[in-house]
Design a binder for this molecule. Sequence first.
Ligand SMILES: C[S@@+](CC[C@H](N)C(=O)[O-])C[C@H]1O[C@@H](n2cnc3c(N)ncnc32)[C@H](O)[C@@H]1O
Ligand code: SF4
Length: 470
Amino acid sequence: MKFDVNNEDLVGRSTPDPLRFAFTRKKSPHAGAMMQTIKEDAIQASLQKAHASSSEIYFPRKEHSKPPSIFSNDGSARCLYLHIPFCRVRCTYCHFFQYASSSSLMDDYVKALREEIRWKASTVWAQSAPFHAVYIGGGTPTDLSAEQIYTLVSDVRSLFPLTPDCEITLEGRVNRFELDQFEFALKAGVNRFSFGVQSFNTLVRKSAKRQDNKEEVMKKIQLLSSYQAAPIVLDLLYGLPYQTLDIWEEDLQGYLESGAQGVDLYQLIELNGLPMAKMVEQGKLPPPADTQMKASMFEMGVNFMAKHHQTRLSVNHWSSNHRERSLYNTLAKTSAEIMPLGAGAGGNVNGYQMMQTRDMKTYIDAIKNKAFPVTTLSRVPSSKGVSSEIKSGFDAGVLAQSQLDKAAGAGTFEALSPLFEAWQKNGLVHLERHQAQRSYLKLTLAGQFWTVNLAQNLIDVLRTQKASPL
Ligand SMILES: C[S@@+](CC[C@H](N)C(=O)[O-])C[C@H]1O[C@@H](n2cnc3c(N)ncnc32)[C@H](O)[C@@H]1O
Ligand code: SF4
């Protein structure tokens, strides 16, 4: 294989402190693969075809199994993603904001979404195999009323085939999420809650336009966790303005104090055009943390979780007990299929990857006319499995030789050894050599911090080979 092991962009800098200095900055929020786009006038016909047959990946099994069973033993999994594009107030750092919550717009939206659920659930593709995880994300789904949450989840459960242990997550925040909404969600079948806390510190929160103070957030999470009815999982962000290392340590302590069953530690990604960037420019906010400071915060987070015996589920996710599985987040990084529902939802179905329109009116009109509300559609290349395996391995903190060779072809791991050795020399990985194609590439702490760069670099190297598996 051809690649330049002296290229610092590829192998990182040779430095005594790779955690802080191996690369200049995180490449992008997530590593990605190249897609082949479908022309606009062919979108509807392609999608009709994709939904009119069983999942291609299930096809071999279908020939052997006896109807009406739809359970498979071929190891493949699939998910549903429902998008709720509303928030009461836009947080300064967030790129997910779409619409301000208004009850009449939300009513119209939920009506259209229920229509889309009914329609898509009736397709051959949807009924051909069970779904393993459902994620209701946003935006802020916890801004929906108790009845809206109940009807949406009940529709999903009654109309789609789900596995008996299907994970059903409701995302949002604790601000104005009251016990009636929580109990209706539980009654409808939600069995996991993911709340964005970002920081418990009141100054950090208020300057990011988060509504509640530390005491209010803590009290609510402690109350919801004390039900022991479903795992409560928190998102914490590191690198926000005013968030010093001391405050970050208090945030980590806050997770333990809250009694939540899991936590994600996300590094703040600064994207152009966020309100935060403007406020910093105007001198209304101090700048967010630089890359080196974020690396120190990551290090503190990893050490804190180890010290308190939290179970690590991925490079940035931990759980406090066996209840939290984080199934959707894990599957979404593999080549599992995801049916998208709602304005702004993305997914991949039967060989196609799609993004649904973010525009509310276009979305509602399309659903009324039974047209797929899709703005961009691409053919998923057969190589998607390779980039997914790489991404999911790096996300788990270890890439197995057997996993890479199965996806990209026998001998791939070995052929990449010079690259892995260069990464090892630069303190980013440990290459664990074992007999019988059972070697592993294990990320060091520095490698975990730079995981997206490493995954993307590996995907790029494979893509540029003459006999590319990508
Ligand atoms: C789609 S948001 C929904 C969360 C929920 N609405 C809330 O208010 O917390 C999911 C998560 O994305 C993360 N996020 C948002 N903006 C981010 C950014 N600029 N960089 C990194 N993570 C970000 C936050 O941690 C957030 O909890
Ligand atoms: S963090 Fe949540 S509430 Fe805040 S803007 Fe983003 S999606 Fe909306």
